[in-house]
Design a protein around this ligand. Structure first.
Ligand code: AP5
Length: 208
């Protein structure tokens, strides 16, 4: 199954995508993670993306589309995948439509006031991408990854000013994708406001 996860920053797309991808044995393809990996390696793409991401703006469509098109050609993506954070603009969705068939777009709906709380308390294990929250999904030992014991970090774009801008960008450029996928008849909306296990059950029910 080829899935697109849609929703505002902090809605829980990454948390649910990584869990579902593991259960289904398909790759979780997060464009945000791909840009962060490129930044960590200091590639040309990473250098171009750095300032844009830190401000909470969108990386230009042509760079993002080319990166995803290449990723979907890899062997592990031939039997299904979850796209998390892509597409994020109508031109990206139209380009995707030209080189992939999407079976379902899942929209994660959460009240705006919860999003800021989720993002400001998020902590991540950079090497693996494992996601925690200081209150809602705390690690066993504060500040440390459960598997490796390595330190957790706060993302540069999880600072208040960048969060506000990401929400604004979401409403202006990404929210129109809800109507785009609705018109194609493949949109499913789930309530992503309860605690993570409940959201995961709703997600599985919606996809069954
Ligand atoms: P990206 O990394 O995609 O960030 P995002 O879309 O802003 O989404 P987030 O990762 O912030 O949130 P999420 O919904 O995955 O929530 P999570 O599961 O972590 O993009 C970053 C940047 O990269 C963009 O701003 C842009 O610059 C660039 N970029 C990426 N894709 C692009 C594209 N296609 N085009 C152009 N530019 C692009 O959860 C958040 C927190 O809440 C965690 O702490 C988690 O533990 C907690 N949580 C999760 N679920 C629950 C729950 N049910 N209850 C309570 N807490 C929960």
């Amino acid at each position: 199954m080829n899935l697109v996860f849609l929703g505002p920053p902090g809605a829980g797309k990454g948390t649910m995508a990584s869990r579902l991808a593991e259960e289904m044995g398909i790759p979780h393809i997060s464009t945000g993670d791909m840009f962060r990996a490129a930044m960590a390696k200091g590639t040309e793409l990473g250098l171009k993306a750095k300032a844009i991401m830190e401000a909470g703006d969108l990386v230009p469509d042509e760079l993002t589309i080319a990166m995803v098109r290449e990723r979907l050609q890899e062997s592990d993506a031939q039997n299904g995948y979850i796209l998390d954070g892509f597409p994020r603009t109508i031109p990206q969705a139209e380009a995707l439509h030209g080189f992939a068939t999407i079976d379902r777009a899942v929209r994660f709906e959460v009240a705006e006031e919860s999003l800021v709380k989720r993002l400001s308390g998020r902590r991540v294990h950079k090497p693996s991408g494992r996601i925690y929250h200081v209150e809602f999904s705390p690690p066993k030992e504060p500040g440390k990854d459960d598997v490796t014991g390595e330190p957790l970090i706060q993302r540069d774009d999880d600072k208040e000013e960048a969060i506000r801008n990401r929400l604004k960008v979401y409403h202006e450029q990404t929210a129109p994708l809800v109507s785009y996928y609705e018109a194609k008849g493949i949109l499913t909306t789930i309530d992503a406001s309860p605690e993570p296990d409940t959201v995961y059950e709703s997600l599985k029910k919606a996809l069954a």
